[in-house]
Design a protein around this ligand. Structure first.
Ligand code: NAD
Length: 391
């Protein structure tokens, strides 16, 4: 099968196995070159391990620090006439690279929100990680819906403002068309649903399951990822439904820290940079902000991708400065370079002056499109996309 990108709205319905493998290989090479941090964890569990931040967290753990990893993700294999999801290829590539490097990496595919998958992960920690315990649990699930493991209720996550309609400019990254969007405010049910899917409850259930099974190592840490962003995106993000879910994550971090105290452990939220991932492509307004941000940060030489962010994660959390410098809410701020005053002033200036005519010169649409295609394994110059491959 010759595999080409098929883009539908903000997703690509095909993925390329060799391109996804190339993406993982480049991340692993970067992590190796960046090198280990003395105190970095050697036994890591990543929930949401096959794409975006979770994939990079696992790659950095394994290839910078030599960690043994267990991963959990929800991905679909390919068939005779359809490709697997990108995450499925990413995971296959990661495990192959780990094996080559003599590192154990075990993946469980299934619904992280279910009790069954948590039980399988506990068993995997016992059987696959040295000493049967885990030092770091990274929670990086981004999902459109969640079925509650006790009540069976299915919740959906929506990206909407709260209270008032949102009116703002956005860009269709594929066509380069600038437009105004209006998003109506969420209902109470939609807010509740989004918090149930993207808030902290499932993270807490994971930690309770691991703690109950006695598989968290002394001093174990756990993190979940958040985003705050600049005023231009607040109405749709920070002050919207997803922001409510992230506030719930902050509250959950405090609750989990309480549970981990007897072990000498700690939970914290890491606020990460805005990056092109399958999850973030679905948010209106954010792609325009990112295209402007990338232009500014690339010019300044401070642009990072998921793997650079995750390399810095381990350096900040496990480096010589202990405990890491947190913000007033106890959060790790990996978005420091994005939120830099000079960067944000320049982004705001561009935001206010962007027009259809100057869009391609002030916004890094090409960079955004390249990142987007690469999520699905397309656009790598050293991959032969004309070759017949087995999906
Ligand atoms: P992503 O879409 O790239 O990856 C999501 C992961 O979740 C995949 O591994 C997928 O398999 C897994 N997943 C989804 N549903 C699952 C389920 N039911 N069971 C098991 N696994 C499941 O997402 P991402 O952008 O890396 O987001 C991860 C976290 O980082 C989210 O909390 C997000 O809000 C946060 N974050 C993202 C950005 C950004 O710009 N992308 C910035 C800051 C924080």
């Amino acid at each position: 099968m010759i595999i080409q990108p098929k883009i539908r709205g903000f997703i690509c319905t095909t993925a390329h196995p060799a391109g996804c493998a190339e993406n993982v290989r480049r991340q692993a090479a970067y992590a190796r070159a960046r090198g280990p941090v003395a105190g970095a964890p050697r036994r890591v569990l990543v929930v949401g391990c096959s794409a975006g931040y979770g994939l990079a967290a696992r790659v950095a753990a394994a290839f910078a620090h030599g960690a043994t990893t267990v991963g959990v993700c929800l991905e679909r294999p390919g068939g005779d006439s359809r490709t697997a999801t990108a995450g499925w290829y990413n995971d296959t590539a990661l495990r192959a690279l780990a094996t080559e490097a003599g590192l154990a990496a075990h993946t469980i595919m299934g619904d992280a929100f279910s009790n069954e998958i948590k039980a399988l992960a506990v068993d995997a920690v016992k059987e696959r990680l040295p000493g049967g315990k885990v030092d770091l649990v990274v929670y990086s699930v981004a999902a459109p819906r969640r079925t509650h493991p006790v009540t069976g209720e299915t919740f959906s996550s929506v990206i909407k403002p709260v209270g008032e309609p949102f009116v703002g400019q956005t860009v269709n990254v594929q066509t380069g068309e600038l437009s105004q969007v209006t998003v109506q405010p969420a209902t109470e049910d939609e807010i509740r649903g989004t918090v149930a899917v993207m808030g902290g409850e499932d993270w807490l259930l994971w930690i309770r399951a691991l703690l109950g099974a006695g598989v968290l190592a002394p001093g174990a840490r756990t993190t979940a990822f958040s985003y705050l962003g600049p005023p231009q995106t607040h109405a749709i993000y920070r002050d919207g439904t997803i922001g409510r879910a992230k506030e719930d994550l902050d509250a959950t971090a405090a609750a989990i820290s309480g549970l981990l105290r007897p072990l000498g452990g700690r939970a914290f939220v890491s606020v990460n940079k805005a990056l092109v991932t399958q999850a973030s492509s679905a948010i209106p307004v954010v792609p325009l902000y990112m295209a402007l941000l990338f232009r500014v940060m690339k010019k300044k030489g401070t642009h990072e991708g998921c793997i650079e962010q995750m390399a810095r994660f381990y350096e900040r959390v496990y480096g010589p400065e202990q405990p890491f410098a947190a913000d007033g809410e106890g959060r790790l701020r990996l978005d420091d370079l994005e939120m830099d005053d000079g960067v944000q002033r320049e982004v705001a200036r561009l935001w206010n002056s962007v027009t259809q005519e100057n869009l391609s010169s002030v916004a890094d649409l090409a960079g955004y499109r390249e990142d987007f295609l690469r999520l699905f394994g397309f656009g790598f110059e050293n991959v032969n996309y004309g070759a017949d491959v087995q999906p």
